[in-house]
Design a protein around this ligand. Structure first.
Ligand code: ADP
Ligand code: MG
Ligand code: MG
Length: 253
């Protein structure tokens, strides 16, 4: 069973040793296939930094600790290798790529992950089946990537990628702020679907507790000051909704 293990992870942002600042200050987290973990915390606490560090974004420098997927050193892998190993990162702010259709993008993504391009006819079938399963309008495949996408459409695209790429571990960085109820439901249904299949571990990063009305995480981790300061089951999300992050911010300082 797939396991992502993060041990004592320290991450700085910025190019050099001077002028860079340490954002993550010793993160410990284990995510297994079939589990849904929610990371919650105030703005600026380093949640997205964790996602970018796992994904291998060049701006984020790991200064200590380890990240492994089934025992393999993720930090030694290129971004492409991470995707091939079964890591998926949905970005908070997806880029618009005019002229590249959703369908083209998905075929490239599958090619990158599998190491070879699927035959066009096979791919079309696969994509159609995934879109049917997610009740996505077939016309969506011909849209320009992210161009004019509503919040709900961005999320549909995200979940469609999950359905086709079937990652071992999916990291979904959700601000929630831009998400209407439609978008929230798409993400939630997608997450619940993947969780139920038992083959993907989901790390759902979120600021607001709202999404957790639709997704029941197995574990909730409170993030403050670049590390996890409290952990619990789904009931912790309710506590956070009622009490906010204030007392945890002090604990993380
Ligand atoms: P969160 O997702 O919890 O809101 P972030 O990981 O985005 O937090 O940011 C944590 C801290 O790191 C913030 O103080 C932010 O300003 C800083 N930071 C994040 N990314 C960068 C970057 N690329 N350049 C400079 N500072 C950054
Ligand atoms: Mg963020
Ligand atoms: Mg589950």
């Amino acid at each position: 069973m797939a396991t992502l293990e993060i041990r004592d992870l320290h991450v700085s942002v910025g190019a050099g040793t001077d002028g860079s600042k340490e954002i993550l200050r010793g993160v410990n987290l284990t995510v297994k296939a079939g589990e849904t973990h929610a990371i919650m915390g105030p703005n600026g606490s380093g949640k997205s930094t964790l996602a970018y560090a796992i994904a291998g974004h060049p701006k984020y420098t790991v200064t200590g600790g380890t990240v492994t997927l089934d025992g393999e050193d993720v930090l030694e892998m290129s971004v492409d290798e991470r995707a091939r190993a079964g890591l998926f990162l949905a970005m908070q702010y997806p880029v618009e790529v005019p002229g590249v259709s959703v369908s083209n993008f998905l075929r490239s993504a599958i090619t990158a992950v599998r190491g070879e391009a699927p035959k066009l006819r096979d791919f079309s079938k696969e994509m159609k089946a995934a879109m049917d399963a997610l009740s996505i309008d077939p016309a969506f495949a011909q849209r320009s990537l992210n161009e004019g996408f509503s919040g709900g459409e961005k999320k549909r695209h995200e979940i469609l990628q999950l359905e086709l790429l079937k990652p071992k571990i999916a990291v979904l960085d959700e601000t929630d702020s831009g998400l209407d109820v439609d978008a929230l439901k798409v993400v939630s249904e997608g997450v619940n679907r993947f969780s139920a299949q038992g083959e993907t571990g989901v790390l759902l990063i979120t600021h607001y507790t709202r999404i957790l009305r639709y997704v029941k995480p197995d574990f909730v981790h409170v993030f403050a000051g670049g590390k996890i300061v409290a952990e619990g089951g789904p009931e912790l999300a309710d506590v956070l909704e009622n009490e906010g992050y204030e007392k945890y911010v002090k604990a993380g300082a």
